[in-house]
Design a protein around this ligand. Structure first.
Ligand code: R5P
Length: 302
């Protein structure tokens, strides 16, 4: 065991911290997190971290604001306690979709969250398939060496192992999902891929098209970064069925599954529905620990 390194899990990251400690042979440290009766968060690092390199892992979801504040409190405490280096692994970075002022007066939430990370200072920040559509220099924004890795390869390995993937097309539910469709298609040996394109003809009429591939009579894997309410997937499945797709499978990196999303998706009678364990949910079947471990290996060599 490398005594210099210790891995700590926050309330939404302990399962990944345990898995990483097993794969990487890192000591598994302990952080106590409690709530005071008035709702304030209490954090206490119970492992000796002085002069050590600490990997801290927490996803910012479920009770989003609690998770954010717990993370900031913990990293600040780690700094105060004299750590040599903090490598923060935030598999799911919340607030990333509010990355612009879409309506006048709005807070640009991800900028504020990034300032909080900058204030407590992390050396490296690893995220998984973070929504980076309008963020061009994340290292500068977060004040850390920024590494955005993908969980889509792990999803692809799952589909390869669990299903016949011949005669299968990979589809992103919107244009922003092309990046994930491309990775999934490559990982599955060069399958065809495309995205759904929606054109609104009037308030009542929307047409959905796919350029470049024909899904009629073929199986489809829909791949996306996030399933939140499930609305995007419901619409995509409806459109693909209208276009003649046969069996439909869905893979998403971050299964937030808010409100009744899980039941909405079950009603679709998909051939398969899987997410990764960046967030624990009823569909978190695919383990992203190997992808995180690869990224860490490159960082901790230095
Ligand atoms: C959007 O930019 C994302 O890539 C997802 O497609 C979206 O967040 C999914 O949300 P929902 O499940 O609520 O439709």
């Amino acid at each position: 065991m490398n005594y210099e390194l210790v891995v700590l899990g926050g309330s939404n990251g302990e399962h990944l911290a345990i898995a990483l400690s097993n794969i990487g042979g890192f000591e598994l440290g302990v952080v106590e997190v409690k709530k005071f009766p008035d709702g304030e968060t209490y954090v206490r690092v119970l492992t000796d971290v002085t002069n050590r390199r600490v990997i801290y892992i927490n996803s910012l979801q479920r009770n989003v604001n609690d998770a954010v504040f717990e993370t900031i409190l913990t990293i600040d405490a780690l700094r105060d306690l004299g750590t040599k280096e903090v490598i923060a692994v935030i598999p799911y970075m919340s607030y990333a979709r509010q990355d612009a002022r879409f309506n006048s007066g709005e807070a640009i939430s991800i900028h504020t969250l990034a300032k909080m990370f900058k204030m407590v200072k992390v050396d490296h920040l690893i995220t998984i398939d973070m929504h980076l559509h309008r963020i061009h220099d994340p290292s500068n924004l977060f004040g850390a060496n920024f590494h955005n890795i993908t969980g889509v390869r792990e999803l692809a390995k799952y589909f390869k192992k669990s299903h016949e993937i011949e005669n299968t097309v990979i589809i992103g539910p919107d244009e922003e999902a092309e990046q994930w469709a491309k990775v999934m298609a490559e990982e599955l040996g060069g399958l065809e891929y495309s995205v759904l394109e929606k054109t609104r003809l009037s308030a009542e009429r929307v047409i959905v098209e796919i350029r470049g591939v024909n899904v009629r009579g073929r199986n489809v894997i829909i791949v996306d970064d996030i399933i939140s309410t499930g609305g995007t997937i419901v619409e995509a499945v409806k459109a693909l069925r209208e276009l003649g797709a046969r069996e439909i499978m869905v893979g998403a990196v971050h299964p937030l599954l808010v409100e009744n999303a899980y039941n909405r998706l079950l009603r679709l009678r998909l051939r398969d529905l899987v997410g990764t364990n960046t967030i624990l949910s009823p569909i978190s079947i695919v383990d992203v620990t190997p992808a995180i471990h690869n990224a860490l290996t490159a960082i901790i060599k230095h």
